[in-house]
Design a protein around this ligand. Structure first.
Ligand SMILES: O=C(O)c1ccccc1N[C@@H]1O[C@H](COP(=O)(O)O)[C@@H](O)[C@H]1O
Length: 219
C-alpha cells in the first residue's frame, strides 16, 4: 500500500488551494514561529474559499505551546490532528490529550536516545513524525537525518500500534529512497516549495514518484 502523504507548511491561499487539490492524505499548517507561521483567521479564510476539505485531514503543528494557547489557536478549525513538534514531555502531551478530543502526533527528532523517548509517549499519542533538528530550528529545514535508522523508528511505531511518518528534507528526487524503508507515511514541506510557495509541479512530481514506486514494489 502507498504510504500516507502529508504536505505541511501551507501558509497562503495559494498553498491551501494547491495542496487541497493534491492526492495528499493530510495537509498541515504551522502555528509555531516559522517563516511558514499562520494564525487561525488566515486558515479559516483560506479554507472558506473551498467547498470541502477534499477528503484531506487537517493537521495543526505547534512547538512547545501551552494547552490554553493551542485551544485558542484552533477554535472553529475543522482539525483532525494536532502535531507537537517541540520537546513537549509525555506529561505535557497527556495534559493536552485530556483537554482535547483530537488525535495527537508527536515529532521525534532523530538522536541516539530517540527510541527511548518515543517509548515515553506510548499510549498517549496516535502517531509519530521522525524529523531532523538543525540548530535551534525544530523543523521545516529541508535537512534529512540518517535514513539507515528509519527501521528502528518503524519497528517502535509498529510495537505501539501507531503510524510513523518520516520527515526532513524529502523531495521528489529522493522520495523513492525513503519509500524503500516502507514508512507508514512521509511528511514534506520545503521539498515541494519554489520561491517559498507550494509548487503544483513539485507536488505532481512527488505524487508520480510515489505512485511509480508503489506500482514497482515487489509484494
Ligand atoms: O515547516 C515549518 O516551517 C516547521 C516549523 C517548525 C517546526 C516544524 C516545521 N515543519 C515540519 O518539519 C518537518 C520537515 O520539513 P521539511 O520537509 O524538511 O521542510 C515536517 O514534519 C514539517 O511538518
Amino acid at each position: 500500500m502507498q504510504p500516507l502523504l502529508k504536505l505541511c507548511g501551507n501558509h497562503s491561499a495559494h498553498d491551501t488551494t494547491v495542496t487541497l487539490a493534491s492526492s495528499a492524505d493530510y495537509i498541515g499548517f504551522v502555528f509555531a514561529k516559522s517563516k511558514r507561521q499562520v494564525v487561525r483567521e488566515q486558515v479559516l479564510e483560506w479554507l472558506h474559499e473551498h467547498e470541502s476539505k477534499n477528503n484531506k485531514k487537517l493537521v495543526a503543528l505547534f512547538v512547545n505551546e501551552s494547552v490554553m494557547s493551542i485551544l485558542e489557536s484552533i477554535q472553529d478549525l475543522p482539525l483532525d490532528v494536532i502535531q507537537c513538534h517541540g520537546n513537549e514531555s509525555a506529561e505535557e502531551v497527556k495534559e493536552l490529550k485530556e483537554q482535547i478530543d483530537i488525535p495527537i502526533w508527536k515529532a521525534i527528532h532523530h538522536h541516539q536516545d530517540a527510541i527511548k523517548l518515543m517509548q515515553s509517549y506510548e499510549g498517549i499519542v496516535s502517531g509519530y513524525i521522525v524529523d531532523c533538528k538543525v540548530g535551534d530550528q525544530w523543523g521545516g529545514t529541508g535537512v534529512s537525518f540518517d535514513w539507515d535508522y528509519i527501521p528502528l523508528y518503524l519497528e517502535e511505531g509498529k510495537r505501539q500500534g501507531v503510524p510513523v511518518f518520516i520527515a526532513g528534507g524529502i523531495r521528489p528526487e529522493n522520495v523513492e529512497k525513503v519509500l524503500q524503508y516502507r514508512p507508514d507515511g512521509v511528511d514534506v514541506s520545503s521539498g515541494i516549495e519554489e520561491n517559498g510557495k507550494k509548487s503544483r509541479d513539485l507536488i505532481r512530481q512527488l505524487e508520480e514518484r510515489m505512485k511509480r514506486y508503489d506500482h514497482n514494489v515487489p509484494r
